[in-house]
Ligand binder design. Structure first.
Ligand SMILES: Nc1ncnc2c1ncn2[C@@H]1O[C@H](COP(=O)(O)OP(=O)(O)OP(=O)(O)O)[C@@H](O)[C@H]1O
Ligand SMILES: [Mg+2]
Length: 294
């Protein structure tokens, strides 16, 4: 989706058409991402419900929250893959509803769901990846067999390769904003670190902004400048990981500093949003993703 298929005037810092909505940061510089009262519903399910969010230029922002919180839906509105039915979404000042190509040109996107067909078997998926990797036709059968054996032993190596490939694809257009939806799900600890080191190496050179979702609180704590904890379609807590942890400590009146996971549990309760009507589906879908990545 980093490949534009329409013509437009190209990216710029700000947009001529202005709604007068103040979404800029200091010195009038637009935030990398700005959502104001964003809502998105699937039928009766309010996936995103009045979301206000500002991602500052140059930061790594972690969008956290339980299954079904609305993270992926919100992200897909930011990427223009979903329309913006209510509220306002801007990327570096560009309106995601009105300037879709300008927005798309500014961002790279690694989606939560892999591009592989959900209806394919493991063997068929590996065969598909062999074509993606441009493995010569006559070598494919052997490679597929190898990959399946590798899956049985370790289960994660090809997943790491796939995630690295997707990351490279998302970065090929040198995006000012990289959006990653659970980039490290199903990866082994070494591959997880590798993904983050790769992202940080690019950031060191380009100053790229990163918007990332993860269920790994240790990763969010270590790599995110700020995190927003989303629950039932809205941000319920916002700050640096340290601020949120200190905030919970003060709230609880404890001396020991809670972890970011403690903060997550305090805000999201059991972690499964049963009232969304989609909790079970979400868990299954996440597991499918993890299985396919692994
Ligand atoms: N295509 C769809 N059709 C119907 N409902 C959907 C669809 N996609 C998401 N939903 C519902 O919208 C809500 C938000 O889902 P979303 O995928 O945005 O959550 P999430 O925070 O990304 O969760 P996860 O951590 O499991 O990825 C859930 O209740 C989900 O069941
Ligand atoms: Mg999601």
């Amino acid at each position: 989706m980093t490949q534009p298929e329409e013509q437009d005037p190209g990216p710029g810092r700000t947009t001529d058409e202005s709604t007068g909505v103040a979404d800029g940061g200091a010195e009038g510089v637009a935030d990398a991402v700005s959502c104001a009262s964003l809502s998105y519903a699937f039928g009766d399910t309010k996936a995103v419900d009045g979301l206000d969010l500002a991602v500052r230029e140059g930061e790594v922002f972690g969008l956290l929250g339980p299954n079904g919180a609305g993270k992926t839906t919100a992200i897909r509105c930011v990427t223009t893959l979903l329309p913006v039915p209510a509220g306002k979404v801007r990327v570096f000042g560009h309106d995601a509803a009105k300037e879709r190509m300008a927005v798309r040109r500014l961002l790279g996107y690694v989606p939560q769901q892999l591009s592989a067909d959900q209806g394919l078997t493991g063997r068929e998926n590996v065969a598909l990846f062999a074509r993606v990797f441009d493995v010569p036709r006559r070598e494919r059968a052997a490679r597929v067999a190898q990959a399946l054996a590798a899956d049985r032993l370790a289960g994660t190596y090809s997943g790491g390769m796939i995630r690295r490939l997707e990351l490279a694809q998302a970065l090929v257009s040198a995006p000012r904003l990289l959006i990653l939806d659970e980039p490290t799900i199903g990866l082994d600890p070494i591959a997880r670190t590798g993904v983050w080191e790769h992202i940080n190496a690019v950031r060191a050179v380009t100053g790229m902004t990163v918007l990332v979702t993860t269920h790994y609180m240790d990763e969010a704590d270590q790599y995110c400048d700020r995190v927003g904890l989303m629950h039932r379609g809205r941000i319920r807590a916002l700050g640096t990981p340290a601020e949120l942890r200190r905030g919970l400590a003060e709230h609880q009146g404890t001396d020991t500093l809670p972890t970011l996971e403690d903060v997550f549990r305090a805000i999201a309760g059991s972690g499964l949003d049963d009232t969304s009507g989609g909790g079970f589906r979400d868990v299954r879908s996440t597991r499918r993703t993890a299985h396919r990545v692994g």
